[in-house]
Design a binder for this molecule. Structure first.
Ligand SMILES: [Zn+2]
Length: 190
């Protein structure tokens, strides 16, 4: 089994693993926190803090070696977390404002669920390799400059015609040169 396949399996396992953390934390802190009434806000907030810490640690540890960490990428990852928190809190506040029967703790229990989903989806976009990062990686791999297909990114180095065997795209030489991502010391950040 390659490292990539192991990572993809572990990536899918984040769902049942997070579900288990949620249920155990719920039983330990939330279930009886409010006596016979709804749970307390503090207990629900604690539940979500534990779940978020688990998801962030799991996801970052899983992908940390495959992601090229630039300052911009790290900041945007943190900002995505803040944006996700804002959406979750916004949902909870709106739900209690629209229907005053809804206990705030229940609204927070529901709204809090959006946060890890939004953040994980955000990281999928933010952690993708950019074209210039891919070029730099391929150049390093074969220790020579590379030419990539402008359409699909396939490595065309060493081919004798300007036609991509992967996607079938054909190009003039000047089109290929013009389409190569900027080759510089500091790969363009997202
Ligand atoms: Zn191609």
């Amino acid at each position: 089994m390659t490292g990539t396949i192991a990572r993809l399996i572990l990536a899918m396992l984040i769902l049942p693993a997070t579900g288990a953390v949620f249920i155990l934390t719920f039983i330990a802190f939330v279930a009886r926190s409010g006596g016979p009434g709804p749970p307390t806000l503090a207990a629900v907030a604690m539940l979500w803090m534990i779940v978020y810490a688990f998801v962030a640690t799991y996801w970052i540890l899983l992908w940390r070696t495959t992601v090229k960490w630039t300052a911009s990428r790290a900041w945007k990852t943190a900002l995505a977390g803040l944006a996700a928190l804002a959406v979750g809190a916004g949902f909870a506040v709106t739900a209690t404002a629209v229907n005053r029967q809804v206990p705030p703790a229940i609204a927070l229990l529901l709204g809090g669920g959006f946060v890890p989903i939004i953040w994980v989806l955000g990281t999928v976009l933010l952690w993708r390799e950019t074209a210039s990062e891919r070029l730099a990686r391929m150049s390093k791999l074969i220790n020579a400059p590379t030419i990539l297909c402008p359409v699909c990114g396939y490595n065309l180095t060493g081919l004798r015609e300007a036609r991509c065997p992967e996607c079938g795209g054909s190009f003039t030489l000047d089109e290929l040169v013009a389409a190569q991502p900027q080759r510089d010391e500091h790969p363009a950040e997202l």
